[in-house]
Design a protein. Structure first.
Length: 117
């Protein structure tokens, strides 16, 4: 997926505010944050979403990075929300598997807001 924005970020071709990375993942701040802390964790390899035959070791790498990113971003103690938007109905805007880590302020109780038809 040469033209995928997140693949290009993972390869260092597009600048991003990288907060953590290793051989398997890259974590960077969202360019349109919806919380004081809003960081994305992506696998370096391309997978469209959770339904794209993602190997268990990729899931492990992505989700193992979440607590470390929370620590780096200073939200480990206060708490944070972890979200995966999967597909168009979930409003996944970039088709490259990614996890949102959001925190830095108290969040409301409701997790989702549905559009009314």
């Amino acid at each position: 997926m040469e033209e995928c924005l997140f693949c290009r970020i993972a390869r260092g071709e597009v600048p991003a505010s990288v907060v953590y990375e290793n051989d398997e993942i890259v974590a960077f701040d969202d360019i349109s944050p919806q919380a004081p802390v809003h960081t994305l964790v992506i696998p370096r390899g391309h997978y469209d979403n959770l339904s794209d035959g993602v190997p268990s070791e990729v899931f492990s790498a992505v989700f193992s990075a979440v607590p470390e990113v929370a620590r780096v971003k200073g939200v480990e103690d206060g708490g944070y929300r972890v979200i995966v938007n999967n597909g168009p109905d979930a409003n996944q805007t970039v088709t490259h598997l990614h996890v949102h880590i959001m925190g830095g302020a108290a969040m409301s109780h409701g997790m989702v807001q549905m559009e009314r038809s």
